[in-house]
Write a protein that binds this ligand. Structure first.
Ligand code: PEP
Ligand code: MG
Length: 317
């Protein structure tokens, strides 16, 4: 039995009626990559590159970054690696980037905005990713996108750096959908983004206007809120219009109560915490698309996240 469970954990994943769902892992270090492969991850849906930038006195060099990304790509043995560009600022401050005091850091200089504020930092990171081999294994994902214009600006920088490095092949460039603006205009963004990945943690924070770090509100910042689910549906719809892969890399992808709803809303890639992968895969295999759609439809009409959780077949987790 253990061997059967182990084999199932490593096989590709589809619903009982044959809808392919990719189950990827969120990573924050090279050690995580090994754990993820051992747990059956089909790839990495979110590499939080902040681990290289935090708790030090200066930014890592391009060479250091390239070596680290290469080690993670190698550990993934050919599986796709989605690297998120630097997402510092807000709740993730670093000493060598003295962001002027802000009254609302969550609404301030963070995510991709830092990359535009310090373009050399963004360019060095893009070059480091472009150097990873084999070409094509890495995809680049941008955090905190709010407008199509931001994606265009990064695409232009990326093409410039790519040509300067003599890399002929284009690199997939996708966005995180974690601002309400991105979710509402997903159809505009999907016209030019190679893929979309929904960051349900920040999407919940910004949709509900509740600080995800506030202990008094923590219990209420639940991404299963029907308002957040409606935006997830909108993002999936926008992505589908252009045939883009739409995934989830926020906490909901590891939440067994949410997985059937996400699939019902049109999500086809789940990037979970490595330890949750075997359970997520087992659950996906027990579902049908029709049942997931019906559940999602009901979830969108509930009065609270708790009411949504109460609908989940397993009672939630
Ligand atoms: C998210 O916001 O859902 C996300 C995946 O990004 P992070 O948790 O790193 O902000
Ligand atoms: Mg986020």
């Amino acid at each position: 039995r253990r061997e059967a469970a182990q084999a199932a954990a490593h096989a590709d994943c589809a619903t009982a009626d044959g809808v392919r769902i990719e189950v990827f892992a969120n990573l924050g270090s090279e050690a995580d990559a090994h754990a993820a492969v051992a747990a059956g991850a089909e790839g990495c849906g979110l590499l939080r590159t902040e681990f290289l930038f935090m708790e030090r006195s200066q930014a890592p060099s391009e060479d250091e970054q390239a070596a680290s990304y290469q080690a993670i790509a190698t550990a993934l043995a050919g599986r796709p690696l989605i690297l998120r560009t630097l997402d510092i600022g807000g709740d993730k401050p670093v000493d060598y980037l003295p962001i002027p005091p802000e009254e609302n850091p969550a609404l301030g200089l963070r995510g991709l905005r830092v990359g535009f504020w310090k373009p050399e930092l963004l360019r060095a990171q893009l070059r480091a990713v472009l150097r990873v081999e084999p070409r094509g294994q890495c995809r680049i994902m941008l955090p905190m996108v709010a407008s199509l214009d931001e994606l265009r600006r990064v695409r232009a920088i990326l093409d410039e750096e790519r040509l300067a490095l003599g890399v002929a092949e284009p690199v997939q460039l996708g966005i995180m959908v974690e601002t309400p603006a991105a979710a509402i205009s997903a159809d505009l963004l999907a016209a030019e983004a190679d893929f979309l990945s929904i960051g349900t943690n920040d999407l919940a924070q910004y949709t509900l206007a509740m600080d995800r770090g506030n202990p008094l509100l923590a219990a209420q910042v639940d991404s299963l809120h029907p308002a957040v689910l409606r935006l997830i549906g909108k993002a999936a719809e926008g992505g589908a219009r252009y045939g883009r892969l739409v995934g989830v890399c926020g906490g909901l992808a590891s939440d067994l109560a949410a997985v059937p709803i996400l699939i019902g809303l049109g999500v086809t890639e789940l990037s979970a915490t490595p330890s949750a992968i075997p359970e997520v895969k087992a659950l996906v295999r027990s579902l049908t698309l029709a049942a997931c759609r019906e559940l999602a439809e009901r979830a969108l009409a509930q009065a609270s996240p708790a009411a949504v959780r109460a609908l989940a077949p397993a009672g939630g987790n």
